[in-house]
Design a protein around this ligand. Structure first.
Ligand SMILES: NC(=O)CC[C@H](N)C(=O)O
Length: 615
């Protein structure tokens, strides 16, 4: 990936079903649960690097003793920071009682985070600031254990303000900025009512059925209650991912299947997908149920999870990324006029590597077909040399682009800055034959196109290829995300800028102002949610015209080199990733009503020069 899309948040939930002595005896570690939580979080660290947090609830604590603990960190390595602190606490205990780890009961009493219920979170903020205060889990304390709540999730709400209104609450300055705060208040509102009806035994299903219909957004959330109950739930469209694994000893849930597999060393089919609209609910005795809370709606699981966010070590995701690359091979062959001798294939490190293998596989299939055809056409007319030359022909693949460590340039604003910025990537010299070879490089998506322009294209041009073709394994990103990816400003998207540039070139600027007027009218009538007006910006053009404009925009003006861009088609995306059909950032088809509101608002913000998110 040439530029950071702020990923998704990551969720990690563990419920220990046995007493601590069990884990101490079986695994020699009273901290078994915490160790697993650490692994489960670390294996998903790609999902959020603004900060991390954990919460723990202890079961059967004597009244008067604390049972809910939480720690959050925004340190550069937040997960390590949290668990290092816990390690220090253990070391401190051992200083005075060297064999305390042999006494599970004592450990539980002394170590705050040694709880049977554990919740971990990795954050990339989509609302509020990126400091520790906004890191999950949020907690709500109460004298009644059943009204204590720790909440964390991977989500973005598009109706944060409305949520406070719906429960008749005036949010404070901090709360206003946070969708998690809004969600917390909604849950707590219904939880408190239910707790009053059934003290310390609120019916979670009832609470979820009351609270979740109010949420407009994509979400997977985890919660611990002070009385030892807990749940994990996923939105009705399945926009955000959630998986779980259950055995006699533990109940586990996380955002990524591969993280659970690795942490608990279990098979693909042992880890289940938490289906859209359902909740995994665990009571204070460790019994669980999967309950359909919301009627499942059309499945629109986020396709970016497969293209880029989730780790490619998942066996299905790996195959899907291969398919993404493979689907592009025919278009690439056409573009290079089937001239494989003079074409070099490469990729932008590191996430595009798997799609690259898929692309190369497609090329190999073509080459093998040609080899067979040629050899057959020779009949008996060949020499060993001729045959050898033919069978040893290969697709030329090189590691050309190299991602360097982040260059924190000390020069920020002067002319030298561009010179510095281009060194974010480097190239391998001596791979390309000057003015003869075409370079094909695949990336998983192009959002702003700035890194491509400022660094990658400039660097690749130093090798003096005849042509550079940039291939994107994702389709054109045309519309903002509002369900958990921090990609919300229209003016940032190179596809949007290309469409605007084309409108201007062709004297069609009236389209832009017409749309603005129509959106304003919708706004006046409270109808912003009814239609995605930004679609009309792209309508006059074919996808190819926009791709060509993008190619121009990412070519630095001083470079005298031919640059082309090829994008994945929507159809091939769906064919490659059949279970994750969520594609609103490519098509503008938002699964929830709030989506249209966000995209229309994003357009107004763009027109008014406001650099703020559309939700
Ligand atoms: N990426 C996410 O899932 C973000 C979660 C939440 N909206 C926050 O900003 O904290």
């Amino acid at each position: 990936m040439s530029e950071d899309i702020k990923h998704e948040c990551g969720l990690a939930y563990i419920r220990l079903r046995k007493p601590f002595s069990f884990y101490q005896q079986k695994y020699g570690a009273v901290t078994y649960g915490l160790n697993k939580l650490y692994l489960l979080m670390e294996k998903q660290h790609n999902r959020g690097q603004d900060g991390a947090g954990i919460a723990a609830v202890k079961l059967n604590v004597e009244p008067g003793n604390p049972f809910l603990h939480r720690m959050r960190s925004c340190a550069p390595q937040p997960i390590a920071d949290i668990f290092f602190k816990i390690g220090q606490e253990i070391a401190e205990l051992e200083k005075y009682q060297p064999d305390i780890k042999q006494h599970p009961g004592l450990m539980k009493g002394h170590l705050p985070f040694l709880g049977e219920l554990l919740l971990g979170h990795l954050r990339y903020g989509t609302q509020g600031k990126n400091n520790a205060e906004f890191c999950h889990p949020f907690i709500k304390r109460d004298l009644m254990p059943g009204k204590n709540l720790a909440l964390a999730g991977n989500f973005n709400m598009v109706n944060t303000d409305e949520l406070f209104d719906l429960i008749n609450m005036a949010p404070g300055d901090f709360q206003k900025q946070s969708d998690l705060a809004a969600m917390m208040e909604v849950f707590h509102h219904f939880l408190s009512k239910a707790d009053e009806e059934h003290p310390n035994a609120a019916d979670i299903i009832h609470v979820l059925k009351k609270a979740t219909p109010l949420f407009d957004g994509g979400y997977s959330i985890g919660a611990l209650l002070g009385n030892g109950h807990s749940f994990v739930m996923r939105d009705a469209h399945g926009i955000r991912p959630a998986y779980y694994y259950i055995n006699d000893e533990v109940i586990v849930a996380a955002s990524e299947r591969a993280a659970i597999r690795t942490t608990f060393n279990v098979g693909e089919n042992e880890v289940m997908e938490l289906m859209p609209g359902t909740a995994l609910i665990v009571d204070d005795t460790g019994n669980y149920r999967i309950e359909q809370i919301l009627e499942p709606k059309e499945r629109r699981a986020c396709s970016f999870e497969r293209i880029y966010f989730s780790r490619g070590s998942d066996e299905k995701i790996y195959r899907e990324r291969i398919a993404l690359g493979h689907h592009l091979s025919q278009t690439v062959l056409d573009r290079i006029n089937y001239d494989l001798k003079n074409t070099i294939f490469s990729y932008i490190p590191n996430t595009a590597e798997v799609a690259f293998y898929g692309l190369v596989k497609g090329m190999e299939e073509y080459l093998n077909k040609i080899k067979v055809e040629r050899i057959l056409s020779w009949g008996n007319d060949f020499t060993p040399e001729k045959l050898e030359e033919m069978v040893t022909r290969k697709i030329r693949q090189e590691k050309i682009a190299i991602k360097d460590v982040k260059l924190r340039t000390f020069i920020t604003e002067d002319a030298n800055r561009n010179e510095m910025v281009q060194h974010v990537y480097d190239v391998t010299y001596g791979t390309v034959r000057r003015n003869e070879d075409t370079l094909v490089v695949i990336d998983d998506s192009i959002v702003r196109g700035t890194t491509l322009k400022e660094s990658i294209i400039r660097m690749l041009a130093r090798l003096q290829p005849k042509k550079i073709i940039v291939v994107s394994s994702a389709p054109q990103i045309r519309y903002p995300d509002c369900y958990g990816i921090d990609m919300s400003k229209l003016g940032d998207f190179i596809a949007f800028r290309a469409a605007i540039a084309l409108l201007k070139e062709r004297n069609m600027e009236h389209v832009i102002t017409d749309i603005q007027e129509k959106i304003k009218e919708l706004q006046r009538n409270n109808q912003l949610h009814t239609e995605n007006m930004v679609r009309h910006i792209y309508k006059p053009f074919t996808t190819l015209e926009i791709s060509d404009k993008i190619a121009q925009l990412i070519t630095p003006s001083e470079l005298n080199i031919d640059v082309e861009v090829i994008y994945q088609t929507i159809e091939d995306l769906h064919d490659s990733c059949p279970t994750n059909t969520g594609d609103w950032y490519f098509t503008g088809n938002y699964p929830t009503a709030g989506g249209n509101r966000v995209v229309n608002k994003a357009f107004l913000n763009y027109m008014e020069g406001k650099n703020v998110r559309g939700y």
